[in-house]
Design a protein around this ligand. Sequence first.
Ligand SMILES: [Zn+2]
Length: 297
Amino acid sequence: MTILALEIGPTRFAAIEIADDVGADLVQRIPVPRDGAWDRVRALLLGIAAGRDVTAVGIASNGPIDMASGVVAPDQVREWQAGFPLVESVQKLFPAATVAMALDGVCLALAERHFGATQEVMDSLSIYIGDTIVGGVMVGGFVVVGRTGNAGQIGHVLVPGYDDRCVCGGRGCLESVAGGAALTKWAREQGWDGDSVEALAADAQAADRIAVAALERAGTALGRAIASVAPLLDIDRVAIGGPIATPGSPLWKSLHNAAAMHARLPFLTGLRAVSSELEDLGLLAGAGVIALTSQSE
Ligand SMILES: [Zn+2]
């Protein structure tokens, strides 16, 4: 019985075998390929399967996705822009396996619920900030999937006070302010000379003035977005992961200040935003959860 988890993430493709004794060191990862995307996914999965009978595959895919047809069209994979039948392709590769797919943010919320910071609560928001923002919502203990499978995209919630252009075509979305790519761009415009969100986070820890200001800017935008969403869903816990959201990051103070300033309703006094402990494994862990769940159905 071999169970696989696959991540079609914003910046990488990754896969792992789901078993009791596997660790993060066994994750196979590649940067998002410029071409031959399916061939690379195929090689990744066949490599881990190593000729064994695969009984289930869980997939966490960056959006947009179409849950009903199993077709994905993530922004970063150019050759899949017209829609790629990912579920069908994986199914053909392993005909005897159950194949289940969900949005990356849905998988993240499932991972936080089963293994992470939202295990003890019923209503929560899960966020991962890399170059982009991945988000998932849990209400009443259930992770919200949405009509087409694309619910939870807090990265495209509008943030008051900002008007930056977003990759989605809109303006003032959270991701266009607090996403790693946007933050890096903003910091460079202020004179910072790094080139990645990881470098920005490291420089902020080292008290670089511009890097700290960038993370404070992200914290303010996140706090406002969280304060906008929390009353709508009566949420009490927010788990945030990614390089800029480690414990002690300058992001937290401005985030807490902005959330406290705007989330003033009495039922929101217990609202807490905490650092995720899942590192960069949330999407794969959530894909593992849907693989196991699909098998027991
Ligand atoms: Zn947007």
